[in-house]
Design a protein around this ligand. Structure first.
Ligand SMILES: Cc1ncc(COP(=O)(O)O)c(C=O)c1O
Length: 433
């Protein structure tokens, strides 16, 4: 790829093998595989980082357009560039949000705007990479259990890869997610149950149909796509990391992916050994990681009877629980539970204070900002990065104020009455607030 007058050397994936995240056992990366056959825990992709660091330098990256996550191709698993399926995912902005910082008693809050990804959530990153790699390795059809957003993303990427997709969702998943699966030509299965029930059904369906199961962390490559958020963050901050990261956590691919990216960047000599305090946010209605963190457990006991409006974090158990907990603890971070009211207020607050129209998972992360000072997780002057993982359109906040109604034939008196109801302090101002 041309960079000014210089021409970049040909570069490609430096994927070398897979490794059991708990067993440490080495596996070949050249065929479709799910969990570690030894212990049923996630497999993680490993790269030849020495080789990657010869071409993936700050200078080379400066010359590559910021046109999505594939600019990190050395650190992605797809070997054949023609196998890449993209809808433009990645390269999302990192925006300073002073008003959100002030509301939480902090000085420097930046929002990583993942809701700008295709299909409106960070799930697009994982599915872009996992679908590309699965199809490269020969998958002929794909199956996933999903609270909503992952299913919508899979349907979109499956369509782009011309590969049939089946999504198994709880029947109460947001209508917007159901619609995106169907609109993208996916087969949608609704289950009167929880995401864990969907996982069982999807696994069984994959078994009888020969479809490849893309469940969270049950294949190695969705997390690879998500970890590009961490690569971008380091580059955006001039090859250093923030002091605190706040991430809404369900299955944990976000936290696990970020943590993995930071280790790889350090091995490549691109950052030093300092790490952000990782703060995983859950709802009080489903907080298995928070409970395990507080009890000092290495693995999390499944949460009974999970209930939260934030479907992406209504995950009663995760096969990667110990990886999330390890990252939080090693980083001197925390797992924090917020109430359902706080989640809706977090959504409304982000909207009112110019943080964008965010979904309930991001609302949970915004709500958690207010406890960072109290819990000693952030000091004045710290750079805090909060992840807006998904757009508000998927799942609007509860308790919104009513709209004001007026007849199409409204006369002057009625317009005056409307103006009074709208509480416009200065009628001649161009903007009402
Ligand atoms: C919008 C959104 N945010 C956060 C999460 C939690 O993701 P994870 O814990 O897998 O990183 C999800 C998962 O579905 C989601 O859809």
């Amino acid at each position: 790829m041309p960079t000014g007058s210089a021409v970049e050397p040909a570069t490609g994936s430096t994927l070398s093998h897979l490794e059991g995240s708990l067993s440490g056992r080495r596996y070949d990366a050249g065929s479709l595989i799910g969990l570690d056959p030894l212990d049923g825990r996630p497999l993680l992709a490993r790269y030849d980082l020495d080789r990657a660091s010869t071409t993936l330098t700050p200078e080379v990256l400066r010359g590559r357009p910021r046109d999505g996550l594939w600019r990190w191709r050395e650190l992605l698993p797809v070997a054949d560039p023609s196998a890449i399926v993209t809808l433009g995912e990645g390269s999302t902005p990192l925006l300073s949000r002073q008003a959100l910082a002030e509301a939480a008693g902090l000085t420097d809050v930046r929002v990583k705007v993942e809701s700008l990804n295709p299909t409106g959530t960070f799930k697009a990153r994982g599915m872009a990479v996992a679908v590309s790699r699965a199809v490269e390795l020969g998958a002929r059809s794909l199956v996933v259990p999903s609270a909503g957003n992952a299913g919508g993303a899979l349907a979109a990427y499956g369509a782009a890869a011309r590969t049939p997709v089946t999504v198994v969702m709880p029947a109460d998943a947001p209508r917007a997610n159901q619609a995106e699966v169907l609109a993208c030509g996916g087969r949608l299965v609704l289950v009167e149950g929880l995401i864990s029930d969907c996982g069982r059904i999807s696994g069984a369906l994959a078994g009888v149909t020969g479809g490849f199961d893309l469940s969270t962390l049950k294949e190695p490559y969705r997390v690879e796509g998500k970890r590009t958020m961490g690569l971008e963050l380091a580059e955006d901050l001039g090859w250093r990391l923030p002091d605190v990261i706040v991430f809404p956590t369900g299955g944990g691919t976000g936290v696990i992916g970020l943590w993995k990216a930071f280790h790889e960047l350090e091995e490549m000599g691109l950052i030093d050994g300092r790490r952000p305090r990782m703060v995983a946010v859950q709802s009080e209605g489903c907080a298995p990681i928070v409970r395990a963190f507080e009890q000092g457990d290495r693995f999390a006991t499944p949460w009974e009877d999970p209930g939260t409006r934030a479907g992406g974090i209504r995950v009663p158990s995760s096969v990667g629980d110990f990886l999330i907990l390890d990252a939080i603890r090693t980083s001197a971070g925390a797992a924090v539970a917020v109430s359902e009211d706080a989640i809706s207020e977090g959504q409304r607050l982000a909207g009112r204070l110019g943080g964008g129209y965010v979904g309930p998972e991001s609302g949970a992360a915004v709500a958690a900002l207010t406890v960072l000072r109290e819990r000693g997780l952030a000091d004045p002057g710290d750079i805090v990065v909060v992840f807006d993982t998904g757009a508000g359109h998927k799942s609007p906040p509860a308790d919104l104020p009513p709209a004001h109604r007026v007849a199409p034939t409204a006369d002057e008196d009625e317009i005056l009455d409307l103006a009074a109801r709208l509480d416009l302090r200065s009628p001649n101002r161009l903007t009402p607030y």
